[in-house]
Ligand binder design. Structure first.
Ligand code: WTA
Length: 676
């Protein structure tokens, strides 16, 4: 299978520069187009009757206990109700119906632990295990509507726990295992969860790392914090590490499941019943609990998974490298693939353990045909060199996906050439925790793909780029990305804060969903994403809030003021750079190189404790002042100039224009604290 693109040809390793210069787009091969799930007429079908189109997807891809009669109720805008009079169960759709259709023996999950242990889980196995877990949760007092927090590494149990919650109609809230005890505590409190599922630990970078101590700490009484609502903690045994045990509260997962019946009747819930809450960073310090409901969400997760990745459940082996702690793991490890009956790889560890070819080794081993990952990972592998993937047979790959941040054309080309053997379509998929599923992406077999551009809204979705006055920009123009029609998997609000939902997404432009991303349209009308236009950073495809990290820094007694920016970073897209003013005598501590290094370590650890290791600033610069406007707003643009080693831009709106000179002069001295 090769592309028919006349310019890319199969010339051996042409220089990247030439490729970028010559290659504007890669049309699908005839062979791929002929067998693709998506055909070009999908766009026309969807635009001719948008609601009819979604109703058809919902009927075709999802099994309903009670069929819906109304597709969309938008009378309560901006809170949508999709398929609202229908009832269904998400776990039944993801598991049982495949068994009932005779596919019980199909592998649902090829699990690969970091140490190399493996486990094969068929759909029939999954049905039994999810049923046991659902019975165990019920026995532990969880009722339909109760919230369950899941804080686990990437294990089969993570998928099982999520589906067990869905099975009994208890919304799950998965908290990424890299978040700290404090971050976990605030999420548990906000969701008022009654049960937490965790593990003794997991394997990471060749060693067991502990997880349960963070749960113990998050649930321990804390002065000033309300008592926790959590009654029970279910603990998966993964690493055999010693754990502290709270009698009456803590229960081993394996014991609870062994004691539970392997048969369970899934609870049919209304389409608008909450399926999960997932916390994500916003522009203020407090993470937002993004609420997703059942029917619309699984419809769009399944529809996009089928068409954007061209999934053929009988023959494909799919692998999404995202952690279930992020939305990509929800929609494209759990719900999308399983509702479609896919066979997938689930890998616990990091790409470089025990060696830098681990991912490619897994692709060869399981004959992975569809790979979905993030630009940061691609750029990292690119840095490690072509030889590493070159040592493995990657010829099984036929579709490659990218998500989480803009993918630069160089990385896109490398991904296609080195990983995709110069033949695979690449789907650059734009979406958000809030959108629930993919919104903008090429369709393989239909769209001629373009390095660096997510291109077009998928059929059924209305996305556009507008200027400050909400007017659509012409081709060639830039502005803000907005979504102009409700979509099935859209968030239904922010948990417990409807006003914040309206404010954040619907107040900027009347009747349009404001995504917070800058975008431009090229001469062909294709969309290019340009990054966030708000105070949200994107580090390795993970969303971090500048304000949240600033709050964490100033909560340390040695910090008087802090400003955080996302500085361009070759590998991680953006990197967290913090500027801090130290309190009184502490400022002197930073006046020697060793002292500054010490202060920096202290503050990085502090941020790690407050939020999690992912939020630790890469650089902390101790400064005497921060650049502020007359109204007291920090001018991050100027700090970004400093962080990115550029000449400082226009500083005339500063209250005190000499501040930037002070900052840059101070940083030129050898005392500036920096990690590298
Ligand atoms: C960014 C991840 C450019 C964007 C699914 C968005 C992207 C934020 C892309 C959401 C892409 C995601 N190209 N930027 N293909 N995909 N983003 O909620 O800024 O973790 O608003 O969801 O990531 O991040 P989130």
């Amino acid at each position: 299978m090769t592309d028919t693109n006349p310019t890319s040809g199969s010339a051996s390793s042409p220089s990247l520069e030439n490729l970028l210069h010559e290659t504007r787009s890669f049309p699908p091969s005839e062979e791929f187009a002929a067998q693709a799930n998506a055909k070009a007429d999908l766009y026309e079908k969807a635009s001719a009757d948008r609601l009819g189109f979604w109703a058809e997807q919902a009927r075709e891809l999802v099994t309903w206990n009670k069929p819906f009669t109304e597709t969309l109720d938008w009378s309560g805008a901006p809170v949508a109700r999709w398929f609202a009079d229908g009832t269904l169960n998400a776990a039944y759709n993801a598991v049982d119906r495949h068994v009932e259709a005779g596919h019980g023996d199909r592998v649902a999950i090829h699990f690969e632990g970091e140490p190399g242990d493996t486990r094969t889980v068929t759909y029939a196995d999954l049905q039994q295990e999810v049923s046991r877990a659902a019975n165990a949760l019920t026995a532990l007092g969880v009722r339909t509507g109760d919230r369950v927090v899941i804080y686990l590494p990437m294990l089969v149990e993570s998928v099982v726990a999520m589906l067990a919650c869905a099975r009994i109609g208890a919304p799950h809230s998965v908290v990424f295992g890299g978040f700290s005890a404090d971050a976990l505590r605030s999420r548990i409190a906000d969701a008022e969860a009654t049960l937490v599922v965790t593990a003794d630990g997991g394997y990471r970078r060749g060693a067991p790392s502990a997880l349960k101590p963070a749960v113990d700490e998050a649930l321990a009484p804390k002065e000033g914090a309300p008592a926790t609502s959590v009654q029970k903690v279910l603990v998966v045994r993964r690493t055999e590490q010693d754990v502290d045990w709270v009698e009456g509260r803590d229960v081993w997962w394996h014991e609870a499941l062994e004691a539970a019946d392997p048969v369970h009747e899934p609870v049919a819930v209304e389409a608008e019943h909450p399926l999960f809450i997932l916390y994500t960073s916003g522009t203020t310090g407090k993470p937002k609990g993004i609420l997703h409901t059942t029917g619309g969400y699984i419809t769009q997760a399944a529809y996009t998974h089928k068409n954007v990745f061209d999934l053929k459940p009988e023959t494909d082996v799919y692998w999404c490298t995202a952690d279930v702690g992020w939305v990509t793991g929800h929609s494209y490890v759990v719900y999308g693939p399983l509702v479609n009956g896919a066979t997938q790889v689930l890998y616990e560890g990091t790409p470089d353990t025990p060696h830098r070819g681990r991912w490619w080794e897994l692709i060869e081993k399981y004959k992975v045909s569809i790979l979905y990952t993030a630009p940061t990972a691609i750029r990292t592998c690119m840095k490690w060199g072509d030889d590493i993937p070159g040592g493995f047979d990657l010829s099984s790959l036929r579709v490659l996906g990218s998500v989480g941040e803009p993918i630069n054309p160089e990385a896109w080309m490398w991904y296609r050439r080195v990983i995709g053997g110069d033949k695979t379509p690449i789907v650059d998929t734009w979406w958000q925790t809030e959108t629930g599923a993919i919104m903008i992406s090429p369709l393989p077999g239909v769209t001629a793909t373009k390095p660096g551009s997510a291109q077009v809204a998928i059929p059924g979705i209305a996305a556009t780029v507008v200027d400050d006055e909400a007017k659509p920009v012409p081709d060639g123009g830039g502005g803000y990305l907005v979504l102009s029609e409700p979509w099935p998997s859209m968030l239904r609000g922010i948990w417990g804060d409807l006003e914040r939902y309206k404010d954040t997404y619907w107040s900027r432009f009347d009747g349009l969903y404001f995504a917070g991303d800058g975008a431009k349209k090229d001469e062909d009308g294709d969309i290019w994403l340009l990054g966030r236009v708000d105070d949200v950073m994107n580090v390795s495809g993970h969303r971090l809030s500048t304000t949240e990290i600033e709050s964490a820094l100033v909560s340390n007694e040695i910090v008087a003021e802090a400003a955080v920016v996302g500085a361009a970073d070759e590998t991680t897209g953006q990197a967290v750079v913090a500027f801090v003013i130290l309190r009184g005598s502490h400022a002197n501590r930073a006046s020697t190189a060793e002292g500054a290094a010490e202060v920096q370590k202290e503050l990085r650890d502090h941020v790690g404790k407050e939020i999690g290791p992912i939020a630790k600033p890469k650089k902390i610069l101790v400064v005497p002042e921060l650049p502020k406007t007359r109204s007291g707003k920090i001018m991050r643009r100027l700090l970004r100039d400093v962080a990115e080693d550029r000449a400082v831009g226009d500083a005339t709106t500063l209250a005190d224009s000499s501040v930037m000179d002070l900052i840059t002069a101070g940083l030129a001295a050898p005392t500036a604290a920096s990690e590298d």
